[in-house]
Design a protein around this ligand. Structure first.
Ligand code: BGC
Length: 900
C-alpha cells in the first residue's frame, strides 16, 4: 500500500517507558510520537491509528507467527492509548508496530517495532519462595551480608532464559560468575509488606547446556538495617534477609527448566547453600566494610566446593504482594573525578569532587594484604576540615582491606555494593603509596530516568541555580523521592515532593517513578485517610502514628494531578482516586462546618527563613491559614480530577466544597483594605495562586505581595508552602519585575545567595551555610534538598516561557516574560508528543522569539505587547518591541563566596 513519507512514527513506548522486559501488566498502554520527516502542513494531526501485534514465541517454530491488527481506529490519541489487543499472558513476548493517518487516505509506514515481554503476572506463576541463610543471628545488630548459591544443570541447548528476582533486603545476583544487570540497591524501597517489586533479567547469554551456578549477595538495606530518624530502628520489615529468585530457562527443544529459591533439594539435585562473604558490614547510613582477604572467588560458578557452607531457611511471603517494577532502576549514571586533592589543616587528605552528589567511590589501589583504606564522606568543609555534624548519626564511612599483591602487579578495584552517600568531599586515610589521578572516582547513582527538560539563559548565576536544581533532583530520586541523601533520614517526605513534582516532571521523565511511589502513598494511608508524613512509613519513629498535616498530606491529590497535567496520564488519576478522595474527606471532617482547618499538628510554611533554626514550623504565615488554603486547593483539584474521570456527582460535590472553603478562607483571613491575617509572602502567594480571593481583591493582594518583597529587600520570605508559588503569584498579578528581582537577589535569604556561596545543589535551608561560611547550627541542615528548587518550574514556564496548556502538552502555552537584566533565555522539553522549545533574545529594542511546536500540537503564543496567537506544528519566529531595558550588571553578593 502506498504510504506517506513526510510523517514518521517514533518513540513507540509502553506504559512509562521502561522496563520492556518483565512488564507487570497484561494491558500495557502505548504511546508514540509523530515527527515530520519532511515539510508537513503545520495543521497535520493524527486522525486514526493502527496497532499491529506479532507474537514472538520463545523457541522459533516452523510456523511464522501471525500478526494481529487493531485495524484503523479513528482517534487522535497518541499518549497512553489503551492496549488494543487481547490481554497478554505471563511471559508473553510480542512485537508492536503502529502507523497513523492524518486527514487523508494514505497512512504513514509502520513505526520501528517495540518488543515487549511480560513477566510473572499471576501470583501462581511464582514457585520461588524466600530463602536466607540457616544460621542464628542477633536481631539487635546490623548483619554481615551473606552469599547464597546453587548449582543446576540444563539438559539441552538454551533458547531463552529469564531471571525474576527480588529480596527481603538488598540483592545482587551472579550467574556463572557474571553479574546480572547493573541495577543498584535492588529491589529498591517500597512498603514491603504490601508491595515488593521484582525485576526480570534476560540471562540467555549467561546460561548454557550442562553445569551452571547462580549466586547472590544479600544485605540488610531498608529491610532490616538501621534506618529512620533520630537514630532509627532495625528490622523495620523483618529480622531475616532472604532471596526470592526464579530462573526460567526455555530449552531449544521446547522444555522449560525452572530453578527457584526454595528449601531442600531441587528436581535436579541442586540445593541452595549460604556462607559469609568478604563484606563485613553494610548499612545505607554507616557505609560498608569489605575485607578482600575474605573474597570467595568463583562462588557463583559451577564446580565450586560449597561443602562447608550452611543450608538455607525458608520464609513466608504472599506471592500476591510481588509486583513488577514500573520505573527505572537505580544505577550509576556518570563518574566524576576529583577537581582537587586538599590537605586539611590537621593534615588529612581530602578529595574535592567539585559537585555535591549521591553515589559512592570506586577505588583502584595497590598495596599489601591487610592495608586498610578508609573513605569518609561529607557535603561541606568547615575550617578546611571534613564537616560531618549535618550527617547526624550516619557514619558515611567505607572501609576496604586489601587482599594484597604489593605495590606492583594488578591493582585491586573496589566499590561498595549496598550503601550510598551524599557528598562532595571525601577524606581518604590509610592509602598505601601515592594517590594517582583516577585512583578514586565518584560514581553518581540515582533512578535512571530519561532527561526531558533543559533551561538556559544569559545569566550564568541562574544557569548554576538551575543546574543545582537538577543535581538535587538526581541526588534525591534514588528509588523513592527522598528529602536528602546524606544524613540519617533519606525518607520519602510527602510535602517535599508535593512541592517539587512540577519541576521534576519537566526535568526528567519521572512518570513511572512517581506513579509507583504514589501506590505506596495509597497503601500506607490510614483507614481514616491520613497520609503519612513520609512514604514508605517507618513504623518505629518519632513521627508515628502519622497525623494529618496540610502541604504534606495534599500529595495524595496534587501529585497525581501533576502527572496527569504533564504526562497526560489518566490512569494515575484513576489509580489514586480513592486515596485522593479519602484525604479530602478527612480534611472536610477535621475542618467541620466552618470549613476552616484550624487544628492539629501543622508544619505550615516549614523553614520560613524567619523561623528559629531549631523551630522550623514557626513561620510568619499562620499554619492554619496554610492548612485552609491547601484544603481549598485540594478540594478544587479533586473536583477537577472527578470531572476528568467522569465522576460527575463527585465533581459537583467537591466543586461546591471548594467554593465553601474558598469563602471561609476569605471570611477568616481577608481583612478590610485587602490585607491578609498573616501579612506575609506565603499567605498572599497561597491566596493568589490557589484563587482564594474575591475577584476584586486580587489586584490589591498582588500589590501587597510586591510591596512585601520590596520591603524585604527582594529577599525571599517563604518556606516550603510558598516557595513554589510566590513568583507565580507575582507574575499573574502583573508584577513581573518584582518576581525577577526576587529570583535574582543575592543577599541572604535568596536563591542566588546559595549560588553565591558556591552551592552545587539546592539546600534544605535558605541559609544551610551562613554568610560567615559556617554551617547553620540547626540539627537539620542538609545541602541537598529539592523543595526550595521548585522555583525552576516557574523559570521554565515564565522566564523561558514554555508551559503545558492542556494535559500531556496537547497544547502549549508560550508566555515568556523576559526579566530585566536577561538578554536571552531558552527551554526545551521532550513532551509526550515530541520536542517543544522556546527561545528568546533581545536584539536592541526588539524581542526575537523562536517557538518549536511538535507535530499534532498547537501552541498559544502570548508575548508582551501583542495579542495572543495560536500556531500549529513547526518552528515559528516572532518579533515584538520590548520596553524593559536590561539594567546594569548586578552588584556583587554581600557574602564572600565559600566552597560548599
Ligand atoms: C525533612 C523534610 C521534611 C521535614 C518535615 C525534615 O527532617 O528533611 O524535608 O519535609 O522534616 O518535618
Amino acid at each position: 500500500m502506498p504510504h506517506r513519507t513526510d510523517v514518521v512514527v517514533t518513540d513507540l513506548r509502553a506504559e512509562h517507558g521502561a522496563p520492556l522486559l518483565g512488564l507487570g501488566t497484561a494491558l500495557p498502554r502505548l504511546s508514540w510520537t509523530a515527527r515530520a520527516a519532511a515539510d508537513v502542513p503545520a495543521t497535520w494531526e493524527q486522525s486514526a491509528y493502527e496497532v499491529r501485534v506479532t507474537p514472538l514465541p520463545p523457541v522459533p517454530g516452523a510456523e511464522p507467527p501471525r500478526s494481529w491488527s487493531s485495524g484503523r481506529v479513528d482517534s487522535g490519541d497518541s499518549v497512553l492509548v489503551p492496549w488494543p489487543a487481547a490481554p497478554l499472558r505471563s511471559r508473553e513476548r510480542v512485537r508492536v508496530e503502529v502507523r497513523l493517518w492524518g486527514r487523508d487516505a494514505e497512512p504513514t509506514s509502520f513505526s520501528r517495532p517495540l518488543v515487549l515481554e511480560t513477566g510473572l503476572l499471576a501470583p501462581s506463576d511464582w514457585t520461588a519462595v524466600p530463602v536466607g541463610p540457616d544460621w542464628d543471628e542477633d536481631p539487635g545488630v546490623d548483619h554481615r551480608p551473606a552469599l547464597l548459591r546453587r548449582e543446576f544443570s540444563l539438559p539441552g541447548p538454551v533458547a531463552r532464559a529469564r531471571l525474576h528476582v527480588t529480596a527481603h533486603g538488598l540483592h545482587e545476583v551472579e550467574v556463572n560468575g557474571e553479574r546480572v544487570g547493573d541495577e543498584v540497591l535492588a529491589p529498591g524501597w517500597t512498603s514491603y509488606s504490601h508491595r515488593l517489586r521484582h525485576r526480570t533479567h534476560d540471562v540467555t547469554h549467561l546460561v548454557r547446556e550442562g553445569g551452571n551456578a547462580v549466586g547472590a549477595w544479600l544485605a540488610d538495606g531498608w529491610y532490616r538495617g538501621r534506618f529512620g530518624i533520630r537514630g532509627g530502628s532495625r528490622n523495620l520489615y523483618g529480622e531475616r534477609t532472604a532471596l526470592i529468585a526464579q530462573l526460567e530457562v526455555d530449552l531449544a527443544d521446547g522444555r522449560r527448566v525452572v530453578v527457584a529459591t526454595g528449601p531442600g533439594t531441587g528436581e535436579d539435585g541442586g540445593t541452595w547453600r549460604a556462607a559469609h562473604g568478604p563484606v563485613l558490614a553494610s548499612n545505607l547510613y554507616e557505609g560498608e566494610s569489605h575485607d578482600a582477604r575474605l573474597a570467595v572467588p568463583g562462588f557463583s560458578t559451577a564446580g565450586f566446593d560449597d561443602s562447608a557452607w550452611a543450608g538455607v531457611r525458608r520464609y513466608e511471603r504472599d506471592p500476591a504482594t510481588l509486583v513488577a517494577a514500573d520505573g527505572p532502576p537505580v544505577r550509576c549514571t556518570r563518574e566524576v573525578l576529583p577537581v582537587a586533592v586538599l590537605t586539611s589543616p590537621s593534615g588529612a587528605t581530602i578529595l574535592d569532587f567539585g559537585q555535591n552528589l549521591t553515589g559512592r567511590l570506586r577505588i583502584r589501589v595497590r598495596g599489601c594484604a591487610g592495608d586498610r583504606v578508609q573513605l569518609r564522606h561529607a557535603e561541606v568543609l568547615q575550617d578546611g576540615e571534613l564537616y560531618t555534624r549535618p550527617l547526624r548519626t550516619a557514619r558515611a564511612t567505607d572501609t576496604y582491606v586489601l587482599a594484597g599483591g604489593g605495590g606492583t602487579g594488578e591493582p585491586e578495584v573496589w566499590e561498595p555494593r549496598f550503601t550510598m552517600h551524599g557528598f562532595r568531599y571525601a577524606e581518604v586515610t590509610g592509602w598505601p603509596g601515592r594517590l594517582d589521578e583516577g585512583d578514586v572516582v565518584a560514581r553518581v547513582h540515582h533512578s535512571d530516568m530519561a532527561r526531558t527538560g533543559w533551561f538556559s539563559c544569559s545569566d550564568d548565576r541562574l544557569n548554576r541555580l538551575h543546574e543545582n536544581v537538577v543535581w538535587s533532583m538526581r541526588s534525591n530520586f534514588v528509588d523513592i523521592p527522598t528529602d536528602c541523601p546524606q544524613r540519617d533520614e533519606r525518607l520519602g517526605w510527602t510535602g517535599d515532593i508535593q512541592v517539587f513534582a512540577p519541576t521534576a516532571a519537566f526535568l526528567y521523565d519521572c512518570s513511572g517513578f512517581l506513579a509507583s511511589w504514589l501506590r505506596d502513598v495509597a497503601v500506607e494511608q490510614l483507614p481514616d485517610g491520613t497520609v503519612p508524613w513520609y512514604v514508605p512509613r517507618v513504623p518505629a519513629s518519632f513521627w508515628e502514628p502519622p497525623q494529618p498535616g496540610a502541604v504534606w498530606g495534599d500529595v495524595a491529590v496534587l501529585t497525581p494531578w501533576v502527572l496527569f497535567q504533564r504526562y497526560g496520564d489518566v490512569g494515575v488519576l484513576r489509580a489514586q482516586y480513592a486515596s485522593a478522595r479519602a484525604w479530602v474527606d478527612l480534611v472536610e471532617r477535621l475542618a467541620g462546618p466552618d470549613r476552616l482547618w484550624d487544628s492539629g499538628l501543622q508544619l505550615g510554611d516549614w523553614l520560613d527563613p524567619a523561623a528559629p533554626p531549631d523551630r522550623p514550623a514557626e513561620a510568619r504565615t499562620d499554619r492554619y491559614l496554610v492548612a485552609t488554603a491547601y484544603f481549598a486547593h485540594s478540594a478544587r483539584t479533586l473536583a477537577r480530577t472527578a470531572h476528568v474521570l467522569g465522576e460527575q456527582e463527585d465533581a459537583a460535590r467537591y466543586g461546591a466544597l471548594a467554593d465553601e472553603v474558598r469563602e471561609a478562607f476569605a471570611r477568616e483571613h481577608l481583612r478590610p483594605g485587602g490585607r491578609l491575617s498573616s501579612d506575609a509572602q506565603t499567605a498572599y502567594a497561597l491566596a493568589l495562586v490557589f484563587d482564594l480571593l474575591p475577584e476584586g481583591e486580587r489586584e490589591a493582594a498582588g500589590r501587597r505581595l510586591a510591596e512585601l518583597v520590596a520591603e524585604d529587600g527582594n529577599r525571599v520570605a517563604t518556606g516550603f508552602a510558598g516557595v513554589n508559588l510566590v513568583t507565580d503569584a507575582l507574575t499573574t498579578t502583573g508584577h513581573d519585575e518584582t518576581a525577577h528581582a526576587l529570583l535574582t537577589e543575592t543577599g541572604c535569604p535568596s536563591w542566588l545567595y546559595q549560588v553565591a556561596m558556591g552551592a552545587t545543589t539546592t539546600w534544605e535551608r535558605w541559609d544551610s551555610m551562613l554568610p560567615d561560611g559556617t554551617v547553620n547550627p540547626g540539627q537539620m541542615t542538609s545541602f541537598n534538598h529539592y523543595a526550595l528548587g521548585s522555583i525552576a518550574d516557574w523559570m521554565h514556564r515564565t522566564v523561558a516561557g514554555l508551559a503545558p496548556a492542556e494535559p500531556g502538552y496537547r497544547r502549549l502555552l508560550v508566555r515568556p516574560r523576559p526579566g530585566p537584566g536577561l538578554t536571552s533565555a531558552a527551554a526545551r522539553h521532550e513532551t509526550p508528543r515530541g520536542t517543544a522549545a522556546v527561545s528568546w533574545r533581545r536584539d536592541g529594542d526588539r524581542l526575537v522569539v523562536d517557538v518549536d511546536v511538535p507535530l499534532g500540537v498547537r501552541a498559544a503564543v502570548d508575548l508582551p505587547g501583542r495579542p495572543v496567537s495560536e500556531v500549529g506544528a513547526g518552528r515559528h519566529p516572532f518579533e515584538v518591541a520590548t520596553t524593559t531595558p536590561p539594567p546594569p550588571v548586578p552588584s556583587p553578593p554581600r557574602a564572600a563566596p565559600q566552597p560548599a
